[in-house]
Design a protein around this ligand. Structure first.
Ligand SMILES: CC(C)(COP(=O)(O)OP(=O)(O)OC[C@H]1O[C@@H](n2cnc3c(N)ncnc32)[C@H](O)[C@@H]1OP(=O)(O)O)[C@@H](O)C(=O)NCCC(=O)NCCS
Length: 173
């Protein structure tokens, strides 16, 4: 989309990412979550995506590793959270661009799926489906219809199981 550029975060972006999360969520919880997710041993800045609109950082989406456990086997998947766009720039397609870039990156890196526990309607527009339809549950205490997923090309997705969110997510509940 015209004027929107999505790229991975750099060191200089950390303060601006905080501002985006604080303004989009109107609270500190998600900014703190991002700080905790950055401490994960397998965290990579490649998977923290920022969106610039006309050169200004206005959106952020974080992907971190998770696993799908089925019959004792673990399939690497990505967890999409949090995602935010500053309120003054919403409804321009910035969130859509960020999710599109996340899908492209996850596919390129060979992950089997991306999971998100947000507004089901929002993710459904972007090609996600309810995980429960594939017999996939989640280790977070959220209603099962809020767990959304998209299967990625090239990754072998288990036929059901439990998607495991990392410790920083568990401590939010
Ligand atoms: C959700 C969010 C990231 C969307 O960003 P965005 O750049 O406005 O998204 P897009 O422009 O690509 O898409 C907007 C469309 O998404 C839909 N949408 C936006 N927020 C939605 C929500 N909470 N529930 C369902 N649909 C939603 C609307 O249909 C909207 O369409 P419209 O512009 O025709 O009204 C942004 O509104 C935000 O940061 N919200 C607060 C933080 C948040 O809730 N993040 C988690 C998302 S689950």
């Amino acid at each position: 989309m015209e004027g929107i550029r999505v790229r991975s975060e750099s060191k200089e972006d950390l303060r601006a990412i905080d501002v985006v999360n604080l303004s989009a969520f109107e609270g500190e919880q998600e900014a703190k979550l991002v700080a905790e997710l950055r401490k994960l041993p397998d965290y990579s800045t490649d998977f923290s995506l920022v969106a610039e609109f006309n050169g200004r950082l206005v959106g952020h989406l974080m992907l971190t590793p998770g696993s799908l456990t089925f019959n004792g086997e673990h399939t690497p998947v990505l967890i999409l959270a949090p995602m935010s766009v500053v309120p003054s720039q919403s409804h321009r397609g910035i969130g859509t661009e960020l999710v599109g870039a996340a899908i492209e990156l996850g596919t390129e890196k060979g992950f089997a799926a991306i999971f998100a526990t947000g507004q089901p309607d929002y993710y459904a527009r972007l090609g996600f489906e309810a995980a429960v339809k594939r017999d996939i549950q989640c280790n977070l205490p959220v209603p099962e219809d809020r767990v959304m997923m998209i299967e990625l090309d090239g990754g072998a997705l288990a036929k059901g199981g439990i998607v495991n969110y990392s410790a920083p997510f568990l401590s939010l509940y």
